[in-house]
Design a protein around this ligand. Structure first.
Ligand SMILES: Cc1cc2nc3c(=O)[nH]c(=O)nc-3n(C[C@H](O)[C@H](O)[C@H](O)COP(=O)(O)OP(=O)(O)OC[C@H]3O[C@@H](n4cnc5c(N)ncnc54)[C@H](O)[C@@H]3O)c2cc1C
Length: 384
């Protein structure tokens, strides 16, 4: 069972100071936000807030200074992410760029790509989207059919990506596609390309989710020419790279804090006259939250130590999705309607609950479905 140890990261007093600093920043920038805004969590968008995060040094934290970054540790970045999410800060525009696309370019990008893109990511002025899923390949990413045909001086891309979060707001996509001839190796022949979404031939069409919101899109490529310099890393080596990218995507505190505002509003709503059931449920939810946080911080500590905690990250993502999906349902049953017991903020509880109930079903799909994650965990434990 060694492979699922969740060792706590070493204590670092400097992190508490950073935490205080971020809280002061958040009080100043979004102190007036109502819970109904905060529940949008990492789907909330605000370009001015993204720029303010960049100016404060909270983006590209782990990038070297020569790329506009701040040379800080993964644990420092974790503390900032956790505070942003707990406060329900509108981090959506820069989230993907800062979390995974920037780090991917830092690891595999060309020097020209790094110099061009990373300073803009660190400034909070450059947004990314993820081009993995397709109409006929979601869980089975290896079945992707979008093809970038190598031609003189670059590639010509044809295909369709789907469920692409924020493609309509992003400047770039990291595209996962086939560049090589088909072979017996299902994971071979794929590459990753840096796509400027303003390139002719790209069409971005909205898909409205069940809450009626436009968050994701279909993105089609019709004879899209991109230069050879768009290639990220090794031609044909895209599978290993995309797996590394998914580890960044799955390991953060956003995988259990999406509905955190429901817990805080539930506590306010139940506070005046808590039933026995409410006390038990809130106690249990808090215990789950504290345990998840401990596990998630452990993953951040392992990443910082240069280890590969992808199994632990998968476990946190799966348990985290269960937690953030259960929360609105438990709250709805305990306090079906209501506001704060102190008479302040009437409507806040209802606003967070309405949003969370409509969005929660997607939590166990995005970033890998529950069944797929459990398959990975089973394989990691040697059970399949
Ligand atoms: C809110 C949201 C945002 C998203 N954003 C993005 C994005 O920005 N970029 C992007 O590329 N994608 C994005 N996705 C897509 C997401 O990654 C896919 O929905 C997910 O990978 C599942 O793929 P699918 O929808 O094609 O379902 P399928 O793969 O068709 O799966 C359907 C069902 O079958 C199950 N299943 C499939 N294969 C197996 C198996 N081998 N064993 C057991 N069960 C299996 C699945 O668990 C699922 O329940 C987003 C999705 C959501 C909900």
């Amino acid at each position: 069972m060694d492979q699922i140890a969740f060792a706590p990261p070493a204590d670092d007093p400097a992190l508490s100071e950073l935490r205080r600093e971020v809280r002061a920043f958040l009080a100043e920038t979004i102190g007036s936000h109502r819970p109904g805004q905060r529940i949008r969590s990492w789907m909330g968008n605000d370009a001015a807030f993204s720029r303010a995060c960049g100016a404060a040094g909270y983006l590209g934290m782990t990038f070297p200074a020569r790329y506009g970054g701040h040379g800080r540790t993964a644990m420092e970045r974790y503390v900032v992410s956790e505070e942003m999410l707990a406060a329900g800060a509108p981090v959506g525009l820069h989230w993907i760029a800062d979390r995974q696309s920037g780090p991917l370019l830092l690891q595999y990008g060309t020097e020209a790509q790094r110099q061009e893109i990373l300073p803009k990511v660190a400034a909070g002025e450059c947004y990314f989207c993820i081009g993995m899923s397709e109409p006929d390949s979601g869980s089975d990413l290896a079945a992707a059919r979008t093809r970038a045909e190598p031609v003189e001086g670059g590639f010509v891309i044809n295909g369709t990506k789907v469920w692409t979060t924020n493609a309509h707001l992003a400047h770039y996509m990291i595209l996962f596609c086939k560049t090589e001839a088909a072979s017996d190796d299902r994971h071979g022949g794929a590459s990753q390309l840096l796509i400027d979404l303003a390139t002719p031939g790209i069409t971005i069409s909205p898909i409205h989710n069940m809450a009626g919101a436009h968050e994701f899109n279909e993105v089609s490529f019709r004879d899209v020419h991109v230069p050879a310099g768009a290639l990220i890393g090794t031609r044909g080596g895209g599978w290993a790279q995309v797996m590394g990218e998914l580890a960044f995507e799955r390991s953060g505190p956003e995988r259990f804090l999406s509905t955190f505002a429901v817990l805080t509003e539930l506590i306010h709503a139940a506070a005046a006259d808590p039933s026995r059931e409410a006390k038990v449920a809130i106690g249990r939810l808090t215990a789950h939250l504290v345990t998840l946080r401990r596990m998630s911080r452990s993953v951040a500590g392992l990443l910082q130590a240069g280890e590969n905690p992808s199994l632990q990250a998968t476990i946190v993502k799966d348990l985290g999705a269960v937690f953030e999906q259960d929360l609105p349902e438990i709250a709805r049953l305990l306090v079906p309607r209501g506001g704060r017991g102190d008479g302040q903020g009437q409507g806040d509880y209802q606003a967070v609950l309405d949003y969370a109930v409509l969005h929660a079903p997607s939590f166990s799909l995005r970033g890998g479905t529950r069944e797929i994650l459990r398959g990975i965990i089973a394989r990691g434990l040697g059970l399949r």
